[in-house]
Ligand binder design. Sequence first.
Ligand code: B12
Ligand code: SF4
Length: 591
Amino acid sequence: MTKMASIDLILLHPPTLYDFRKRPGIYGPISDVVPSTPIFEMYPIGFASLSEYLERHGLKVRIINVAMKMLKDDKFDVERLIQKNKPVAFGIDLHWMAHVQGALALAEIIKRFHPKIPIILGGLSATYYHEEILHQYPFIDFVMRGDSTEKPLLQLLQTIKKGGDFKNIPNLTYRDRRNGIQANPLTHVPENLDEITIDYCHIMKKVVRYVDPTGYQPFLDWYTYPVTAVFTCRGCIYSCKTCGGSAQTFRTMANRRKPAYRNPKLLAQDIFNISDHLHAPVMIIGDIFQPGEEYGFTFLQEMKRRPITNHIAFEFFVPPSRAQLKKIAESISNFNIEISPESHDEEVRRAFGRPYNNESLERMLGDAIDLGSKRIDLFFMTGLPKQTYRSVLETVDYCRSLLERFRSYHKLFPFISPLAPFLDPGSIVFEAPEKYGYRLLYRTMEEHRQALLAPSWKYILNYETEWMNRDEIVFSTYEAGKRLNRLKAEFGLIDRKTAESVEMRLDGAVQMMKEIDRIMALPDPRERAHALESVSSGRLSLQHYSMSTICEKKELKWPTRFIRMNFVKILKTLLMRRKPNVSVPSSTGAP
Ligand code: B12
Ligand code: SF4
């Protein structure tokens, strides 16, 4: 038996488009405000909890970030990787819809080499399309649905290994012996997150076990900027109209009636564990006041008991009160904030589903600055309900007014990015586009898969709105990006050289988009294909305009210390057996 034969599950993270190295396109600013490139090489953080949980229950799991390997090495041979690995099962995430083409392509390769090894798909998009997946793509054997698959996946793997009936495994959709498709009830919907953990020490140990730092790497420059995330919840209480993770979407798609929260004390412990090993920033995913003030205050009290120097980034769904900010400032010395008003226009913001006005936003900015927030990021978006081209540009004017008002602060960073590449499947707007002024261009999984083969992100976008067509969404984004870039230089948030290089790239991208439009209008398909090929192999490589367009990745970075890893502690952990940071049974303290 080979060494690899003992692995039970290999979790693979696909690129958005397979093979993006041979088929470049203008992906545009679709990933400008997340750490990934448009290949979306970041794997779902759920991979970490799946791996930890399954290993805790006696299985052997390996994560391989295929997208990252392809991104880092032009010659990386995916087929060879697949061919030489023979686990009991392969798992592929189809969490973000943007991976639909890449996920299916990887699955096809696996089936070609290993027709007998089962392939499991999971994640939010797979959950939404579970039946279509099994109907349309014979190379997929199982879809594990829901936002919490640790336990049912364990059951599935045990059944695959030992034999048995699949019909009692919750959340599972599968093909039965007569090739019929069975969707078991989605009943595993845990009420809290105390039994699972995102344990970075577990990941470090796996990196060593498989001698594979790239396979576990979450995004391109993670080893120089090892930012981490901790989770307060799965699910959400808000219902933002285009969000595939809203309360309503989770209810219909994942059978979740209310969010599952992590015990606030365990959450603090998650941060301490990270802080012991890494000096880099920690992002808290989910507003700590979403479950109620008591949850947030319990967490902060816990943090106060053990002061740490890591920068902690808080995201807020609504502006917190001064009293709440004050508690944060008293408990955490280096706190940072991010909030997404989406638009300066209160009507647009309301139509999107954010329940606050500019006055409360600006009051919060003043308070946070006053109380010592180290940095504040504001995220705006294009492609929103009721948003026109003009309104997008007015958002930049609003940013100017904020930068002027808080001029002496120097740490208020506005960003603007498009709702792209796709309107989230299962979101309120996706389910009833006309009602909200949207026109959905692709609905099925196959339509999305084909769309990803288009040469520019304009043709990939799966929607347009009553207020902006795809052209306007695309070009208002570039124009706003350009103006915001200049604004940042003017207010000293980025240096002149950075601003100039962003602007040059932006202008180049716009030119290239127009050239692609011209080619796409050619009536003869052969001529079109030929022209597209020569553009992509041309001197001005498409790749150059695709990786980060309207801002630089470094603009997103939270402050951090120069030496970001505690190597001594990491080494000790690697040599030690640690108990996972979970509590069973659950006495959450969360509401
Ligand atoms: C945190 C978050 C992020 C973080 C990602 C952190 C990470 N590495 O996972 C950041 C900010 C980086 C991010 C980025 C993006 N996000 Co996001 N994100 C979220 C958010 C707010 C929470 C996600 C969450 O709580 N996950 C819970 C964790 C613990 O579980 P998990 O990772 O989902 O994994 C579990 C299951 O999904 C499943 N599972 C996942 N994969 C697999 C694979 C197998 C084989 C199996 C069996 C199970 C399985 O089991 C896991 C464990 O139980 C949701 C909104 C929401 N309320 O859910 C949006 C959401 C998931 N994001 C979304 C989008 C669109 C994006 C972007 C594409 C946006 C963009 N254009 O930049 C990018 C993609 C980034 C990338 N891949 O590189 C959409 C997805 C809609 C869709 N169906 O496509 C959501 C629903 C809402 C939204 N619009 O923000 N995101
Ligand atoms: S966008 Fe809105 S609905 Fe979606 S996760 Fe954020 S707050 Fe919740």
